[in-house]
Design a protein around this ligand. Structure first.
Ligand code: LLP
Length: 424
């Protein structure tokens, strides 16, 4: 297997004279020495460039960063500084964004089962939009209005009946979905009628999200067409077409850029004569390629005639995507970025189960050995955000690197953190 494809690495990644990796002008080996492993290393220039690209493509305030992909105080601030609004999908995400100093009127609040308390929080804080997902949620909004809360500005989440080509767990636009009001069976029209007549909400637009890690521009164009046809007669100020743009994770994968995605969506809307503001909510395409995860190899076990297992000091607790979705990743040695990778091995973590796999069939350099620093690229989205404490592993820290400087933005959890919530 060839060396790791360099286009999978963060924008500012460079191969140093000795063949080792630097990102943001920082030597990755030194970062491991300073912060330990496992370690999420984010290229700040890469993050800022993707935010700026989304804002340039759609216009200021029309690109919402989907915080579920990766959220911490520094990331919320960075996205907002670059001109993005933020999409939050729980009271917790809302709390972190507000705590980071992002104004409530730059936030859209999502979720298919928002609690009364979460809705109350969103209204009291004054979020820009609540994206309403069900008739039960409308009942809850009625009851909050009856309590005396103001009528929030809302969007109606529509399930457009467009099937996106992606893993079934992350496809959301098809009829058989827990999300939104179904367009095909008339629920979408009923919901919009109710919201237009309601005194408890102010309907400002419609929303859809067909799925995540979608590579085909045609899927997005189709959703834009269906939504435009639905939205035009309503003549509302906002049309939100969700996130979902895929990114390449492994050799051979290709995805449209954010600018190309913007052209597909905006051209489709323009062709149909949409006059509303067209907004989007990218998550993965902003952050995925910006980060690598750095691990230390702990054991190399050859089982003759069966396979080789290479174990690292993290695993399914910092990246559950291979186990959940069968997602592919690449791995390479931080000391030898350009080394060919002829050795076949299963890259596994340190959790107490056989399902704890990071790469089912990895190509690795022949001389991979204990104490080597092994990196997996494209781990900036849905890695840290879906991390767990399984087996009471402490969640890894996050470092932002830029212009030769590294700043710790999330510290490593400590053993003491693991018992913080225990009261008995
Ligand atoms: N808007 C809504 C309403 C969403 O539900 C999502 C993602 C996004 C925007 C952002 O989508 P993105 O641009 O990141 O594709 N854990 C899965 C992905 C779940 C996505 C959930 N919703 C994974 O690791 O692939």
């Amino acid at each position: 297997m060839k060396p790791v494809p360099l286009h999978l690495l963060p924008d500012t990644a460079t191969v140093q004279a000795d063949g080792s990796l630097a990102i943001g002008g920082c030597d990755v080996g030194e970062l491991a020495g300073r912060f330990g492993t496992p370690l999420f290393i984010y290229d700040e220039a890469h993050l800022r460039a993707r935010c700026a690209e989304a804002v340039a493509a759609f216009g200021p305030g029309r690109a919402y960063y989907a915080t579920k992909a990766f959220l911490c105080t520094a990331m919320a601030r960075l996205a907002y500084e670059e001109g993005m609004h933020l999409d939050v999908a729980s009271g917790g995400e809302l709390y972190v964004a507000l705590r980071a100093g992002v104004p409530a009127n730059a936030l859209a609040f999502h979720g298919n089962n928002k609690s009364l308390a979460e809705l109350r929080m969103a209204i009291t804080e004054g979020v820009r939009h609540i994206v309403v997902d069900s008739f039960d949620e409308l009942d809850r909004l009625d009851s909050l209005h009856a309590e005396g809360l103001p009528a929030p500005k809302v969007l109606a989440r529509i399930t457009p009946g467009v099937h996106a080509h992606t893993h079934e767990f992350i496809a959301t636009g098809q009829d058989d979905s827990k999300f939104g009001f179904n367009l095909g069976n008339g629920d979408a029209h009923k919901a919009v009628d109710r919201m237009r007549r309601s005194l408890s909400v102010q309907l400002e637009g419609v929303h859809c999200h067909i799925g995540s890690n979608v590579f085909e521009a045609g899927n997005f164009a189709k959703a834009a067409e269906v939504m435009a046809a639905f939205a035009m007669p309503l003549d509302l100020p906002e049309l939100v077409l969700g996130g979902g743009l895929g990114v390449p994770y492994v050799q051979g994968e290709e995805a449209p850029s954010i600018s190309q995605w913007g052209n597909v969506l905006l051209d489709a809307c323009q062709a149909l004569g949409v006059r509303s503001n067209v907004c989007v909510e990218p998550g993965r395409s902003i952050v995925a390629g910006a980060a690598i995860t750095l691990y230390t190899v702990g054991t190399v076990k050859h089982i003759p005639g069966v396979r080789t297992y290479v174990s690292v000091d993290g695993g399914m607790s910092d990246n559950p995507r291979p186990v959940l979705y069968g997602s592919g990743y690449e791995a390479f040695l931080a000391r030898a970025v350009l080394a060919p990778r002829p050795e076949r091995a299963r890259l596994v973590g340190k959790h107490c189960e056989s399902g704890d796999v990071l790469i089912f069939d990895a190509g690795l350099p022949q001389d991979v050995r204990v104490n080597d620093l092994l990196a997996t690229p494209v781990t900036g989205a849905y890695g840290h955000s879906m991390a767990s404490n399984y087996n009471k592993l402490t969640r890894p820290p996050v470092v932002f690197v830029r212009d030769g400087a590294a700043r710790l933005v999330v510290r490593r959890e400590t053993y003491e953190d693991l018992v913080q919530c225990d009261v008995g």
